[in-house]
Write a protein that binds this ligand. Sequence first.
Ligand code: NAD
Length: 416
Amino acid sequence: MKKTVCAFIGCGSMANGHLNSLIKLWNAGCHDFDIAACCDIIVDRAEDFACRFETILGHKPRVYNDLASMLQHEKELDSVAIFTPHINHHTSAIMAMEAGLNIITEKPLGFTMRAAKMIMDKAEETGKLLHVFENYRLAPAERSLNWAIKSGMIGKPRMLLWMDIGERKWYWDWRDHLDIAGGAWTFDGGVHHSDLFQYNLGDVRKVTAAMACYDNIRYQDYENMEDYEQAVLEKRYAHFRQTRSLKTIDPATLKEPIEATVEDTTTAILEFENGVIGTWVVCRAAPGKVDRSNVIYGSEGAAFWGEGIYNCKQELEYPLNDLYDKFMESLTPEEQEMYFPYGLQDTLAIEWHQHFAALNGIRPVEVDAMTGYKAMAIPMAIYESATIGAPVLVQDVMDLKVEVYQEHLNKIAGII
Ligand SMILES: NC(=O)c1ccc[n+]([C@@H]2O[C@H](COP(=O)([O-])OP(=O)(O)OC[C@H]3O[C@@H](n4cnc5c(N)ncnc54)[C@H](O)[C@@H]3O)[C@@H](O)[C@H]2O)c1
C-alpha cells in the first residue's frame, strides 16, 4: 500500500488513544502511514503528542496551534484526523477538505445534523473521503453477535432492550456543556450504540422520547469520586492519563461544583423499519445499582451483550467465546484478515487500517458519511422528540425538517 500521510487535529485524550493503536499497528508490521503534523489550540498538548510519537516511531511531527497555519505549511498530507470537541468537527473538516485533504473524524460526525450535512456536502463537492470513527462495531464480541443475529441464531429479531444506567457526579470538561458537546451521553456515547442498533437491526423509523436533568451539579474532586463511572474512566484512560483533559483544570478549583448544561437522562422507544421495537434508556443520575443490560430478543432466542446467545430453553447455548470461535471458523482467511488485520483486535487500529485500505482503493470504508450521519440521527431524534413532546420520524431529522432542539445549537455554531 502507498503510505498515507496524516495530520492530527486535537491532541487530547482520544488522539492519544489513537496514537496507542497506531503504535500497535506499526509494531504488528503495518508501516503504511506517517503522521507529519499535529495541531492543538493548547500547543503543549500537540507538543506532548509529537514527542510521544517521536519516542516510538523515530521522528517528530511538526507542531501547530492553528489548523489554517498547518494546512498552509503542510503540503504532503493525504488525510486530516479530527479529535476536537463536537462543536469544532464541521469547521475543521470543511477547512481540510477545501485544502484538498481526506477526512477521518471522531464521532459524532457533526455537532448537529445540519453541521454534519455541511461536512457531507463538502465531501460530495470535493470528492474527498469522509470516514467516521465508529469503532464499537469492530470489536470481536460485536462482530460475533452481529454474525449470530444475521445468521438467524435468535430467529427473527423482535425487541431491543438497551439499558445504560449509572451515576456520574464527576465533571467531564466540555462534555458537560451543551454549547460545546451538543448533548450528553445519549449523543456522545449514544452514537456508538445507535450505530450498533443499525448494524444489527437496520434503520430506525420513529422515535418517541422524554428527557430530564435530575442533577446538574458535577464535581471536580476526582480523587474522592468513587462512583462506578469514574472507575470505568480511570481504567479506560489509564494508559494516557497524563494527557487527558483534566490537565487544563486549575488545581485550585478542584473541589468546586460546576453546573452542567446537558441532560442526564433520556428514555426512548425506537420503532425499527423491520418491525423491531426498542427501549433505550440512558441515565447518569441513578444511584444504587448500575444496569447495562443490552439485549436483542428474537423469535427463537436472545442475544445478551456480555454473555452470548440464549436458546428457547433459557440456556446460554453459545457463550461469547464460543460464538467468536464459530464466527472465525465461518470466515475465509482473507475475511479474517479484513476483520482483524495483522491479527489485531484493537478497534481503533482496525479502523485506521480500513482508512489506509480505502485510500489505496482496496475497499471502501465501513462507516462512511451516511452511516455516521444515521448514527447521529437517532440521538438527535430523541432530543427532538423530547423537546417537542411528540414522536419524530428519523428521516425528518435527517432531512433537517425537525430542528427545534438543534436550533439553538446551530445558532451557537454560527451555521444558521
Ligand atoms: N470513539 C471513541 O470511543 C471515543 C472516545 C472518546 C472520545 N471520542 C471523540 O473524540 C473527540 C475528542 O474527544 P476527547 O475525549 O479526546 O476530548 P479532549 O478534550 O481530551 O481533547 C480535545 C482536544 O481538542 C483540542 N481543541 C479544541 N478545539 C480545537 C481547535 N479548534 N483546534 C485544535 N484543537 C482543538 C483541545 O485543546 C483538546 O486538547 C470527540 O469527538 C469525542 O466524541 C471518541
